[in-house]
Design a protein around this ligand. Structure first.
Ligand code: HEC
Ligand code: HEC
Length: 158
């Protein structure tokens, strides 16, 4: 009897230990409730729609969308985004024009219109919400690392 129990304990104890360690390390995205208990979904976070263009974290970052995109069609037949951001509509919409990269195919040829690979704008551009971050973010802007005096409010700001 004793001989049979022993191997089980040898196998299970490290597993239990690893389980405990993982549970400690994993961010608790669900909050304090155990996962076996059903909870109400949290309320939908409100999108930020203040129309203030947001600084990019690095030059090639797709800028985030500072306006509402609720109900904007983006499918095979219609691309609502282009009704303001296409070159020919920017005068009436006062929206920034899609940049030249959006006219280039993957061979680097510049096309007359939007390149197919840029059609689905929301694969790269997203709105933001006021949701509390689920995990801490320690991102630091490159300027902050290399040239602290060029920070907003700093000397030599360009
Ligand atoms: C009714 C016109 C209109 C439509 C439709 C529209 N936009 Fe905009 N967009 C604007 C304007 C105007 C701005 C400038 C900031 C502002 O006023 O919100 C802007 C800003 C942006 C920016 C920020 C650019 C930057 O340099 O910071 C992005 C990204 C963007 N829009 C993406 C989209 C996407 C993606 C869609 C479709 C889902 C879309 N927009 C639909 C008018 C529009
Ligand atoms: C594959 C990713 C991707 C897709 C898809 C995409 N963009 Fe972009 N977009 C970017 C990146 C990256 C930048 C910043 C660098 C650049 O200009 O290429 C950008 C820049 C922009 C800008 C700022 C231009 C400027 O000169 O300040 C606007 C506006 C914009 N995109 C709108 C759109 C719209 C509207 C669509 C859909 C028709 C779209 N983008 C699709 C990646 C994308």
């Amino acid at each position: 009897m004793r001989k049979r129990l022993l191997p089980a304990a040898v196998v299970l104890a490290p597993l239990a230990l690893a389980g405990a360690l993982m549970a400690q390390d994993a961010p608790r995205l669900r909050g304090p409730e155990p996962f076996t208990e059903e909870q109400d979904a949290p309320p939908m976070a409100r999108p930020i729609t203040n129309d203030v263009r947001v600084r990019r974290n690095y030059p090639d970052q797709p800028p985030i969308i500072p306006h509402s995109i609720d109900g904007y069609a983006l499918d095979l037949n219609a691309n609502k985004c282009m009704s303001c951001h296409a070159r020919r509509f920017t005068e009436q919409s006062q929206a920034p024009m899609i940049s030249v990269t959006h006219y280039q195919d993957r061979e680097g040829n510049t096309l007359g219109g939007l390149a197919a690979r840029r059609y689905v704008c929301t694969t790269c551009h997203v709105t933001q919400t006021e949701a509390r971050p689920l995990v801490p973010n320690r991102f630091r802007d490159m300027d902050e690392l290399t040239e602290p005096e060029r920070q907003p409010g700093g000397r030599n700001n360009r």
